[in-house]
Design a protein around this ligand. Structure first.
Ligand SMILES: CC(C)(COP(=O)(O)OP(=O)(O)OC[C@H]1O[C@@H](n2cnc3c(N)ncnc32)[C@H](O)[C@@H]1OP(=O)(O)O)[C@@H](O)C(=O)NCCC(=O)NCCS
Length: 159
């Protein structure tokens, strides 16, 4: 599988905002009431969102590099490139997650010259944890998001 990365533009961002995951992954659905704010957030260059495109230039997913991937309450004292990722809902659950994750790590580590990559994942989301473990990430901690009862795990990968 070959993927291409491009800074997230308005059109792709609007598609992503409409994506709908089935429960329990609806946790990752964007809120239809905050489309304008979310659109600004996704397309603001400082948040470093990228479209993941296939060879036909179709949008298959998105990723982010940097602070967007952090969750309040986590320990981010170690220097590492934080990664966030979401794959188009009709493509998930088919065993391809590791291919996207591998491509994202390779691209991010290269453009940011990162020695370590880090992901922060909801504790309930064993599918995502499995994908990152498949590409070599190891869990180094667990915490509760500030102001909530939601548990998250932090996983690290040495490039
Ligand atoms: C997280 C995500 C990238 C995973 O990709 P995916 O293509 O859906 O995952 P896969 O189908 O490759 O499944 C990965 C593994 O998880 C396993 N898995 C699936 N559901 C599972 C569950 N409920 N518990 C444990 N493992 C599970 C699969 O069997 C597979 O393992 P295997 O290769 O050993 O068989 C994708 O689902 C996604 O973008 N989800 C929405 C956003 C999200 O979850 N973000 C989290 C931060 S990355």
């Amino acid at each position: 599988m070959r993927f291409f990365f491009r800074r997230l533009g308005k059109e792709h961002a609007l598609s992503i905002l409409r994506w709908r995951y089935l429960p329990p992954y609806d946790f990752y659905n964007f809120d239809i009431n905050t489309i304008q704010e979310d659109l600004c957030y996704l397309t603001d260059p400082k948040n470093a969102f990228y479209a993941i495109l296939n060879v036909y230039e179709e949008l298959e997913g998105y990723c982010s590099f940097g602070a967007d991937g952090q969750v309040p309450g986590g320990d981010y004292s170690t220097e590492a490139l934080d990664i966030g990722m979401g794959i188009r809902p009709d493509l998930v659950g088919q065993g391809h997650g590791k291919h996207y994750a591998q491509a994202v790590v390779k691209y991010g580590a290269n453009i940011y010259r990162a020695q370590k990559c880090r992901v922060t994942i909801a504790e309930f989301n064993k599918r995502a944890q499995r994908v990152w473990a498949q590409v070599g990430f190891e869990q180094i901690g667990k915490f509760v998001k500030t102001g909530t009862e939601e548990e998250f795990v932090i996983m690290i990968y040495e490039v």
